[in-house]
Design a protein around this ligand. Sequence first.
Ligand SMILES: *[C@@H]1O[C@H](CO)[C@@H](O)[C@H](O)[C@H]1NC(C)=O
Ligand SMILES: *[C@@H]1O[C@H](CO)[C@@H](O)[C@H](O)[C@H]1NC(C)=O
Length: 485
Amino acid sequence: MAIHPGPADHRLLGLLCSLRPRLFRNLLLLLWTLLSCDLRGTAQGPGEWTPWGSWSRCSSSCGRGVSVRSRRCVRLPGEEPCWGDSHEYRVCQLPDCPPGAKPFRDLQCALYNGHPVLGSQKTYQWVPFHGAPNLCDLNCLAEGHAFYHSFGRVLDGTPCTPGAQGLCIAGRCLSAGCDGLLGSGAVEDRCGLCGGANDSCLFVQRVFRDAGAFAGYWNVTLIPEGARHIRVAQSSHNHLALVARDGRYVINGDGVLSPPGTYEVAGTRVVYTRGVGPEETLQASGPTSQELLLQVLLREPNPGVHFEFWLPRERYGPFQSQAQALGWPLRQPQPREVEPQPAETPVVPEAIPARVASLTPDPCGPCPDSRGRAHRLLHFCGSDFVFQARVLGRHRQAQETRYEVRILLIYKNRSPLRTREYVWAPGHCPCPSLAPHREYLLAARRLVSPDGTQDRLLLPHAGYARLWSPAEESRVLLAARRCPV
Ligand SMILES: *[C@@H]1O[C@H](CO)[C@@H](O)[C@H](O)[C@H]1NC(C)=O
Ligand SMILES: *[C@@H]1O[C@H](CO)[C@@H](O)[C@H](O)[C@H]1NC(C)=O
C-alpha cells in the first residue's frame, strides 16, 4: 500500500519546500525534502483495490455456469484508476441437467414468446439461432418464419455454442484458463503448473546415436516417473520399443511389430506412429506414473534416436545417476568388441556391419594460431566453464559441430557438469578444432535458448581449446588466480 500524504503533511511539506536550503543543518534532510516536494508535485499513481468479495452463486441451476466476484477501486483525489479488472468470472460446474431440460439460451429466447416485439402487435415463438455473427448475442429465430432477431446480449454464463467450452461474459465468448478463470488465458506450463514458467522441471533432450555392431534390443534411456511431454523419433529401418516397469513390452516387443496407435501405459497414452519414410515416433503427454524403458530394436546401423521429455527437478539427479549407471552405455560409442546377445536378437539375426572408420580426409583446413597468455586469460575469466576433457566423438552438422566429451577435471564451473557432455561449436569447420580421442583444456560458455529448452556448452569461435599438457595446465591454474573478481 503506498503512503499518501494527508492534508497536514501537505502543509508541512509546503513549509519545508519554501524554506531556503541554507537553513538546513544537514544534507540528508535537504534530500528528503527535495524528494517529498517532488513526490507531491507528480501524479500519484493508481488507487488501491479493495480485497475481492466472495464468489456469487452459480449462474445456472444445473450443468455449467459462471460465478463472479468483484472488488472496488479506492482512489484518493488525484489518483489514477486502479489497474486490472474489477470482476473475475470462473466456471462453476453443478450436477448435469436432467435430460430434456431446456438449455439456458432457449429459455432466454422463450422469454419473448407471445410478447409483441418489433413494433407490431404480432407475436412469435422464439428459438435460438446459431448462424448469426456474434455468438454472445441473443439471436432468436421466429419459429415458422424466415427471420431472426437479436435481443441484445445473452446472460453471462450462457454457452457460446451448444456443447462448446466457451461461455459468454458481457457479450464476449471466453474460455477458462487452467486456473478456472474465464478469459485469464492461463495455460499449464511444460511442468504441469498452471501459469508456470517452465522452471519447476528440466528439459531432457538427447540423441542416442551410437550402438554396437549387432542386431537386437538396445537400451536407449529410462524415462522416469513424472516425465511429461515425451517425444521420441527415429528415421531408419530400426524400431522403437517401450518396456513397462514390470518388464512387459508395450510396443514392438519380442521382435513383433505393433500396429501404430494409442497405447495406455504408466498412466498416460502413448501415441505410436510409423511412416513409410521410414520413420517412427512415440509421443505422450504424461505425467508418467511409473518408469518406462525406451529401447531401440536395431536392424541396421543406428542413425540416431532423438528423445526428449520434461522432468520434475527432483527427479533429474536420480535420472542422471541411473543413466550413468547404465553407463549411458548407449549414448557413447560402444567398443566394437561387444558380445552379441543371442537371447535378445529375435528379429534379424544377421549382424550389423561394424561402422567403418572414416577414411575420408578432413575437409576443414587448419585453424589460425591463437596462442598467448592474454588469450588464455581472457577466455578463462570470461567463460562459465573451464575443464580438461577427452573428445569421444565429433558430429558435424550444417550449422554447427557437436563434440561429445568426457570431462576429466573441472577448473571452473558456474553450474554442475556431467561426466559426459556435448560441447557445441559454431560452423561445420569450427576453430579451434578438436580432434577425436585427444585430451584438451577447454573454456566453454553456457548457452541457454530464450525459451529455456536448450541448455548447451558452447566453444565459441576463436575460443580457448589447447591440447592438454602439464605445462598448459599450470598456465591455466595461474590464469585462474588472475581473473578480476
Ligand atoms: C515453456 O516451454 C514451451 C516449450 O518449449 C514453450 O512453448 C512455452 O512458451 C514455455 N512457457 C513459458 C512460460 O516460458
Ligand atoms: C537395460 O535396462 C534395464 C533396466 O534398467 C536393465 O535391466 C538391463 O540390464 C539393460 N540392458 C542392457 C543390455 O544394458
